[in-house]
Unconditional design. Structure first.
Length: 203
């Protein structure tokens, strides 16, 4: 016996056609509302976790005598926190006057845009902010002294290699973390959209 929700609706709700629209509509409003609430809640918690991370980095680096570097890293993390907060606010301000299906599409598209933007930000921005941090960290050490003794070509090659490594590593870590934290919720959101699209097809 087939137990898919699609067949239950087709064979069961057809008997009382007057109930099908409101029952299905309310079902998906509840399911989608719960998923959206969980995504928003998880996103806020994820973003708030940046604050203690900034404090820890500053404390550890200050303890190591790298106060300026600690301040530099903390400022960058706080900047990321406020940027994420602004993007998450955009999700909350999506127009909810449209029907549930259209709202879910807009929500998913906005999440996709945020993911692409963050990927580019990490890919391009991480090397730009991390290399100066390395410079500050190794200032006055033998490591920096040996680097400064290299030929200009080797300096450029080393810097490009380091930038590429940081960019790729940052993107991979971001994608992995996103999959671990949001993968299950995003999969549920996608299934709801696909189920609604199947129900809208003529039989």
């Amino acid at each position: 016996m087939e137990r898919s929700i699609e067949n239950i609706w087709k064979k069961g709700f057809e008997v009382e056609e007057r109930l099908s629209a409101p029952v299905i509509s309310n079902l998906y409003k509840r399911k989608s509302g719960l998923v959206i609430q969980q995504i928003n809640s998880t996103s806020k918690k994820d973003n708030l976790s940046l604050i203690p991370v900034a404090v820890v980095f500053f404390t550890v680096l200050a303890f190591m005598g790298k106060v300026i570097l600690g301040m530099y890293v903390a400022v960058l993390i706080f900047a990321l926190f406020f940027l994420n907060k602004k993007m998450l606010k955009g999700l909350e301000n999506l127009d909810i006057k449209v029907n549930t299906y259209e709202y879910l599409l807009k929500y998913r598209n906005q999440l996709t845009r945020i993911t692409k933007y963050t990927t580019w930000l990490i890919g391009l921005g991480l090397p730009l902010v991390t290399i100066p941090a390395y410079w500050i960290f190794f200032e006055g050490t033998i490591v920096l002294g040996k680097f400064e003794q290299l030929d200009l070509g080797l300096k450029i090659l080393f810097s490009l290699g380091l930038a590429t490594f940081l960019s790729i590593t940052g993107i991979l870590c971001y994608r992995l973390a996103s999959k671990i934290i949001y993968g299950r919720l995003l999969a549920r959101l996608q299934r709801i959209i696909e189920d609604m699209e199947d129900l809208m097809k003529p039989y």
